[in-house]
Design a protein around this ligand. Structure first.
Ligand code: UN1
Length: 521
C-alpha cells in the first residue's frame, strides 16, 4: 500500500487536466490498493497529440543525431537513478515479482545505453558510382510521427524498445501505454520530459485498446501517423496491419507466441528442467516469449515430466514483493481471459497433470501460497497433456501460467510440433549434441532460437521479433530496429557540369562483353 497518483494525458509536456480522471488502476495482488487514477483520452485529445507531434517533427528531425543521443543519455541516467522506485511501482501496478521488475527496468537502461552511442553512428554508406565526377551516398531519414501501442507485461521496457530508437532517429511519438499500467507510464513519461526532449516530441495518451488504441489507429488514414508500432495480440495486430497496409505503411508488429521448448534425449536434464520451469512460469507465463509447447523426446518424457511436476507442485506463488515464483496476473481481464481459455480449450481427451485449473482462492487453494489469494488475480499453474495438432489448445496462444506437453520420437517430428501452430516468435532446444542444435536452428520458423537457455529473456540489443502469427518480420532492438524508424534515402551528387545518364552514358570497358547475351551482337 502507498500513495496513489493521478495520471494525465501529456501533450506538449503538459498535463491535460480537461480530461477528468475517472478510471482506477489497482494493484493486481491486492485490489483494495488504489495505485492511481487516470482519464481516457478522448478522440480530440488523440488528434491533438498527433498534431503536436507533427509540428514538433519539423525541428526535432533537424537536431543533429549526436545531440539527440545526448538526451537518450540523460534519460538512461534518470531511469538508472530511479530504478528501484520504478521497479516498486511496476510490482505494485502489474504484479511482477521484485527481481523481475528490476530486470525489466534494467532493459530500459540497456536500451538507452545502446542508442545513446547510435546517435554518433546512424551510419549511411558511400557507394561507388559507375561514372566519373559523381558521388553516391545513402542516408537514414526519420519516418515522421510514430504511434506506439504497448502491453502491460513489460510496461516500460517494451515501450522503450520503440520509443528510444524512434526518438534517436529523429521521429516524434504518440504513445498509448497499457491501461493496466498507466501510472508507471506517467512516471516514465515524466522522466522522458525531464531528460530534455522538446515539447511535442513525446506525448502520451491513456485508455484501453478498443477506445484509445483504436482512436490512435484511426489517425493513420487521416494522415497524422506515419508509422505504427504495436505489441499485443495477433488478432489486433492483423487489424492494425490492414489499416496501415491500406495507407501503404508497414507497421512494426510484435504479436503472440506459442513458443516451443524441445528437450532431446541428449539434453542435460537438470539444465532443461530449470529452463522449462522458468520459461513456463516466470512472469506467470505472461511474456510473449513464455513457453507454450513443451516437446519431450520419448526416452526422457516420463522422467522429465515427473521431475517438472514435482517442482511445480512445490512452487511458491503469491505476493510479488516476497520471494515467489510468480505473482498475480496483470489484471482481472488477463485472469478472465485465461479462465475462459481453460474452459473453452481444455477438452475431455486432454489430461490436466497439475492440481487444478482456474483462479487460486481460499476455496480453490494453492498449498504454497504467500498472502491472501482472495484479494488478487492469482492463477494455478497448469500443464496439459494429450493435445493433438488440430486442437485449439495447440493452435492458440494462452497467456498465463499454462503449457501443453507433447512427446516426439524423431527430431523432425519434434520440429513439426514446434512449428505447425503457425506462430514463430521464440523457441528453445536443450541438447548436448551440436548436430541436433543446428538441425533445430535451421528448421525452426521462429525469429529467436535459444540453445540450452529459456524461451524468454532476450538481451536488449539482439533482434527481437517473430514470423507467422507472431509478427510481420519486423525486428526491434539493436541496430535492426533502425530499419523500422528510418527510411533509406539515396543521394547522387553529380559535379561533371554536364548531364550524365546512368546506363546510357556509362563508358563500359572492352571486357564487359562477358555479360552480353550470346548471339545478340
Ligand atoms: C514481451 O513479452 O513482450 O525476452 C517481451 C524476454 C523479454 C522481453 C519480452 N526480454 O522475455
Amino acid at each position: 500500500m502507498g500513495a496513489s497518483i493521478t495520471a494525465y494525458t501529456r501533450i506538449r509536456g503538459q498535463d491535460q487536466t480537461q480530461y477528468p480522471s475517472q478510471h482506477a488502476s489497482t494493484n493486481p495482488a491486492c485490489f483494495t490498493d488504489l495505485v492511481g487514477t487516470y482519464p481516457v483520452t478522448p478522440l480530440e485529445g488523440v488528434e491533438a497529440a498527433c498534431l503536436a507531434a507533427r509540428e514538433a517533427f519539423k525541428s526535432w528531425s533537424q537536431v543533429p543525431a549526436p545531440l539527440r543521443g545526448n538526451l537518450i543519455y540523460n534519460l538512461g541516467q534518470l531511469v538508472r537513478e530511479n530504478k528501484v522506485t520504478l521497479a516498486q511501482w511496476l510490482t505494485r501496478e502489474m504484479g511482477k515479482p521484485s527481481a523481475e521488475a528490476l530486470g525489466s527496468v534494467q532493459e530500459v537502461i540497456d536500451t538507452c545505453d545502446f542508442f545513446l552511442g547510435e546517435g554518433r553512428r546512424l551510419y549511411g554508406q558511400t557507394v561507388p558510382s559507375e561514372m566519373g565526377n559523381k558521388k553516391l551516398f545513402t542516408y537514414r531519414r526519420p519516418v515522421g510521427v510514430c504511434g506506439i501501442i504497448t502491453a502491460g507485461n513489460f510496461p516500460i521496457a517494451v515501450p522503450a524498445w520503440y520509443v528510444i530508437p524512434a526518438l534517436l532517429c529523429g521521429n516524434t511519438i504518440v504513445w498509448k501505454p497499457s491501461e493496466d499500467a498507466p501510472i508507471l507510464a506517467y512516471l516514465f513519461c515524466q522522466l522522458v520530459e525531464k531528460a530534455g526532449f522538446p515539447a511535442g516530441v513525446f506525448s502520451m495518451i491513456l485508455g484501453d485498446g478498443p477506445t484509445t488504441g483504436a482512436a490512435l489507429v484511426s489517425m493513420i488514414p487521416k494522415g497524422l501517423i506515419n508509422k505504427i508500432g504495436f505489441t499485443g495480440s495477433t488478432a489486433v495486430g492483423q487489424m492494425i496491419g490492414r489499416v496501415a497496409g491500406e495507407q501503404l505503411q508497414v507497421p512494426c508488429l510484435e504479436l503472440g507466441g506459442k513458443n516451443p521448448l524441445l528437450v532431446t534425449e541428449k539434453a542435460n536434464l537438470d539444465l532443461a528442467l530449470d529452463g522449462a520451469y522458468w520459461s513456463a512460469f516466470g512472469t506467470a507465463g505472461q511474456r510473449c516469449t513464455s513457453l507454450g509447447v513443451l516437446i519431450l523426446h520419448d526416452q526422457i518424457y516420463d522422467q522429465f515430466l515427473e521431475r517438472l511436476l514435482a517442482r511445480v507442485d512445490q512452487m511458491v506463488i503469491g505476493d510479488p514483493t516476497q520471494k515467489v515464483a510468480y505473482g498475480p496476473l496483470i489484471s482481472e481481464r488477463f485472469l478472465h481471459n485465461l479462465i475462459t481459455a481453460q474452459k473453452e480449450l481444455i477438452q475431455p481427451h486432454h489430461q490436466v497433470l497439475t492440481r487444478t485449473i482456474g483462479q487460486i482462492t481460499r476455496a480453490n487453494p494453492w498449498p504454497n501460497f504467500v498472502g491472501d489469494p482472495d484479494v488478487g488475480y492469482f492463477a494455478h499453474p497448469v500443464i496439459v497433456a494429450g493435445v493433438n495438432k488440430t486442437d485449439a489448445l495447440y493452435q492458440q496462444e494462452t497467456f498465463g501460467p499454462m503449457i501443453t506437453v507433447v512427446r516426439y520420437h524423431e527430431l523432425e517430428e519434434g520440429l513439426g510440433w514446434a512449428n505447425d501452430h503457425g506462430y514463430g516468435l521464440s523457441s528453445a532446444i536443450y541438447t548436448t549434441d551440436p548436430s541436433q542444435a543446428f538441425y533445430f536452428q535451421e528448421h525452426i520458423t521462429a525469429g529467436m532460437v535459444s540453445i540450452n537457455n529459456s524461451t524468454s529473456g532476450a538481451e536488449a540489443h539482439m533482434p527481437f521479433g517473430g514470423n507467422g502469427y507472431s509478427g510481420n518480420g519486423s525486428r526491434q532492438s539493436g541496430i535492426w530496429v533502425l530499419d523500422q524508424f528510418t527510411r533509406w534515402q539515396s543521394v547522387n551528387w553529380d559535379y561533371a557540369d554536364k548531364l550524365q545518364l546512368a546506363q546510357i552514358d556509362t563508358v563500359y570497358q572492352a571486357g564487359d562483353t562477358a555479360f552480353r547475351v550470346p548471339g545478340c551482337g
